[in-house]
Design a protein around this ligand. Structure first.
Ligand SMILES: [Zn+2]
Length: 491
């Protein structure tokens, strides 16, 4: 019906010769059927888009827990009070109250309603009667002494405006009041900042206070002083411009509404024969966006078939294969993370409160958005060159007769996947998949179904590469779980 289907059709035609050349064996057919069954289940409407804290989460946890238990994994939380499901508390924050009042020489100055909007990065921020320092476009940063205890009045710089706001706050301003340039309206700002932000409950809160005032609003405040936004702008453009106090004080208050979300990482384990030898970690996020569209759209759920029911499916089938093998040296942990779509939060929570010391993790493999490459595609390493794992991966690829793509194009996505959260904690984490070996193909998915209600299980779903991923991840895990081949935590 649209460009997307045409592209899929074109892609399907393009891979026919490759598929015809290598007929998948019986074992691969069985894996494909299992992958399809998991995706069908997890991406069905009954799971309501797998949003953290919803009934969709409860269903997802039950499904993954049951599958992993039946495969023969044990709980990997290493906490008898929370078998299988490690609690993660998230906080959703959205702007709530905003108040602004101006005064000159102790007398209130009228500001038209709706001309100012204040935001805080904390729960509540308040400043009373702070002197206003006009900093122009902040091309040169005022000194800490100039900014201390003052509100910096900043001329809007469009794109890089927020960068300069942050710089002023870091340099010691009590708050930053930005004069909108007319291209950005207050409604634009509210729409942009009004969306919920998410964080772990354990994260430290800032208390930065940022406010925005319309041109007309500030002209009203300056009325009768001989100054206006135009004169300020002209002054700011002068070569000898220096920040200067205005004869004006401002009180600003902003509050944030907070909602707690109780969610969970699922953690399973396949015990090795030498639990003192460290561990290999495989992870994949189970969460997605829940109900993400509004009527009159017909389909309102972001089912997340490819992102990331496919990844959980691959993770589960890797677990099944590994559990059928003779015991490995090292423990293998399987983690289905929550809150990835809200900022890799489940992976951060795992790293902050891990079931084993992080330095014991020899290698971590993330699995995300994997059902888009045909069978026989080469593999890419997202995170190539960032860990000591590359040589081992190349050796396994050679032994398995798999091709790794040259170059580091897939690294463009390294910050957008759970492995990034682990890398921040010095865990060697990569994503090795066929899905990421062709960046234009991935970008086509991103431009069409990705993060939209269209990411449903389609009859055209391509699972050939996902089956290859299962086999390669099994081989990689066996390699890195072998204490002789990989003697120490590779650091
Ligand atoms: Zn996503």
């Amino acid at each position: 019906m649209n460009r997307c289907l045409l592209l899929l059709a074109a892609a399907a035609l393009a891979v026919v010769p490759a598929q015809a050349a290598k007929k998948p064996g019986k074992a691969d057919q069985a894996v494909k059927a299992e992958l399809l069954a998991h995706i069908q289940e997890l991406a069905s409407d009954a799971y309501e888009g797998r949003e953290p804290g919803t009934e969709g989460e409860a269903k997802t946890l039950r499904y993954i827990g049951k599958e992993w238990f039946e495969i023969g994994l044990e709980s990997g939380t290493n906490n008898p009070r929370h078998s299988w499901f490690a609690p993660v508390t998230l906080i959703a924050r959205e702007p709530d109250g905003s108040r602004a009042a101006f005064s000159r020489k102790g007398r209130r100055v009228y500001v038209s309603p709706g001309a100012v909007q204040a935001f805080t990065s904390g729960k509540r921020s308040l400043i009373e009667n702070a002197p206003v320092l006009f900093v122009g476009a902040a091309r040169a940063m005022p000194t800490r002494a100039e900014l201390a205890g003052r509100v910096a009045l900043l001329l809007d710089g469009g794109q890089d405006g927020s960068e300069r706001q942050n710089a002023l706050l870091r340099a010691g301003a009590s708050a930053v009041l930005t004069v909108l340039d007319g291209e950005r309206t207050l409604d634009n700002v509210i729409a942009r900042r009004g969306r919920s932000g998410y964080a772990l409950a354990s994260d430290e809160l800032g208390g930065d206070l940022e406010a925005f005032i319309t041109r007309e609003g500030l002209n009203g405040v300056l009325a009768g002083t001989g100054q206006s936004v135009d004169t300020l702008q002209a002054a700011s453009n002068a070569a000898d411009f220096a920040p200067r106090p205005l004869d004006l004080a401002v009180s600003l208050e902003a509050t944030t509404r907070e909602t707690r979300i109780n969610t969970h990482n699922v953690i399973g384990k396949l015990a090795g024969r030498r639990s003192d030898a460290g561990a290999v970690l495989l992870l994949s996020h189970w969460d997605h966006f829940g109900v993400c569209a509004e009527p009159p759209a017909e389909h309102l759920i972001c089912n997340g078939a490819i992102d990331n029911a496919s990844g959980v499916a691959v993770l589960t089938e890797v677990a099944r294969k590994l559990s059928a093998l003779p015991e490995l040296d090292r423990d293998v942990y399987f983690v289905a993370t929550t809150g990835e779509e809200l900022g890799l939060l489940g992976a951060h929570a795992f790293a902050e409160n891990p079931p084993l010391p992080l330095k014991q993790i020899v290698a971590a493999f993330n699995i995300d958005t994997v059902a888009i490459a045909p069978a026989g595609s080469p593999f890419a390493i997202v995170g190539k060159g960032m860990t000591p794992l590359d040589a081992g991966i190349a050796a396994v690829a050679k032994a398995q007769k798999k091709k790794l793509v040259d170059g580091e194009a897939a690294n463009a996505y390294v910050r957008r996947q759970d492995g990034w959260a682990l890398l921040q904690h010095d865990v060697p984490a990569v994503l090795v998949s066929t899905a990421w070996s062709d960046v234009p193909r991935m970008e086509r998915f991103m431009e069409t179904d990705y993060h939209r209600p269209a990411d449903v299980l389609k009859p055209t779903i391509e699972l050939g590469g996902a089956v290859d991923d299962v086999n390669f991840l099994v081989a990689l895990t066996r390699h890195f779980a072998d204490a002789k081949k990989v003697p120490t935590a590779a650091k």
